[in-house]
Design a protein. Structure first.
Ligand code: SF4
Ligand code: SF4
Length: 164
């Protein structure tokens, strides 16, 4: 099964419901949309999402919400608006291996603190990069080292010091 078909199938398993986190938090270069600002295409009605879904830009099409993908890393009850944290993956550069690392964004103030138990559980097996506020990486020493040495350009770009 192709990645796209698998993604479509998995996306049927979890529904965004009233969550609209990604359409606010993520930048959309094609729309000149800055991070942490609601998209102009976002429907303000509760339970409604994108008003331009069929023609949404590639940035939106390629975005893969870890919760919505049905990943067992995140429990069904941990939808981003409920958990307080939205999770993304780090897409590898061409020719580079995929790293098991999560990028975490607060969906509300204090989200990281509220989700501390869930984030600690997830961090037992991988590094988690906190993208809201001052960038920090969290996890076992081995996972943190693997992330810093596997994605030094990304770590530097967000202000984390790369491993020497
Ligand atoms: S962050 Fe995930 S669950 Fe929330 S609206 Fe976006 S895709 Fe749906
Ligand atoms: S275009 Fe649609 S999917 Fe993309 S950020 Fe805006 S509301 Fe969300």
């Amino acid at each position: 099964m192709s990645d796209e078909r698998l993604k479509r199938r998995l996306y049927l398993t979890r529904d965004c419901g009233t969550c609209k986190a990604c359409c606010t938090l993520m930048p959309v270069v094609e729309l000149d949309k800055a991070p942490s600002l609601a998209c102009k295409h976002l429907n303000p009605q509760e339970g409604k999402g994108c008003t331009a879904y069929e023609t949404r830009p590639e940035s939106c099409r390629s975005w893969a919400c870890v919760w919505r993908s049905g990943s067992n890393v995140v429990e069904p009850v941990e939808r981003p608006d409920r958990l307080g944290v939205m999770l993304d993956t780090l897409r590898p550069l061409p020719g580079q291996p995929r790293l098991d690392v999560l990028l975490a964004y607060e969906t509300r103030e204090g989200g990281f603190a509220a989700a501390d138990a869930a984030l600690s559980r997830m961090a037992r097996k991988r590094a988690i990069v906190f993208m809201t506020g001052e960038p920090k990486v969290f996890g076992t020493q081995g996972a943190v080292d693997a992330f810093l040495s596997g994605a030094p350009e990304f770590a530097e770009a967000i202000g984390l010091r790369a491993a020497s």
